[in-house]
Design a protein around this ligand. Structure first.
Ligand code: THU
Length: 131
């Protein structure tokens, strides 16, 4: 992935983060997915008074992509940002969902020193698959 593309993806994730609904944790997250089609999809975390119903920004963005493109949707890259600017890699549930649509996808997230990236397969070795 080129530095310019990575910057574009991070900027889109940061824009999506502004729309996060996180009144319970105050942890505001945004994600942007670059699909194999070339389209970009974004999402933010959406919390609920019934805490377990919360959806993470990554899955929100990915589901936007599936909703738009259907079963052929594939992830080329995904960027995640958070307002607190702390190290934050995708949670286990999101790793599994990223793996479903892009085991080779580049995942850009905040590490200890700014944004870093890993391949989805590295973040979730031996991810579950039925296909
Ligand atoms: N969250 C995300 O949206 N993505 C992550 O990668 C980690 C956690 C959200 C869920 C919840 O709304 C808040 O961050 C605190 O866990």
């Amino acid at each position: 992935m080129t530095p310019a593309l990575r910057e574009r993806l991070v900027a889109a994730a940061e824009a999506a983060m502004q729309r996060a609904y996180a009144p319970y944790s105050n942890f505001f997250v945004g994600a942007a997915v670059l699909a194999a089609s070339g389209a970009m999809y974004t999402g933010c975390n959406v919390e609920n008074a019934s805490y377990g119903l919360t959806i993470c920004a990554e899955r929100n963005a990915i589901f936007q992509g599936v909703g738009a493109e259907g079963a052929q949707f594939r992830i080329r890259a995904i960027a995640v940002s958070n307002k607190a600017c702390v190290a934050c890699s995708p949670c286990g549930a999101c790793r599994q969902v990223i793996h479903e649509f892009g085991p080779e996808a580049v995942v850009v997230f905040r590490g200890a020193q700014g944004y870093t990236s890993m391949v989805a397969n590295q973040l979730l070795p031996a991810g579950f698959s039925l296909l």
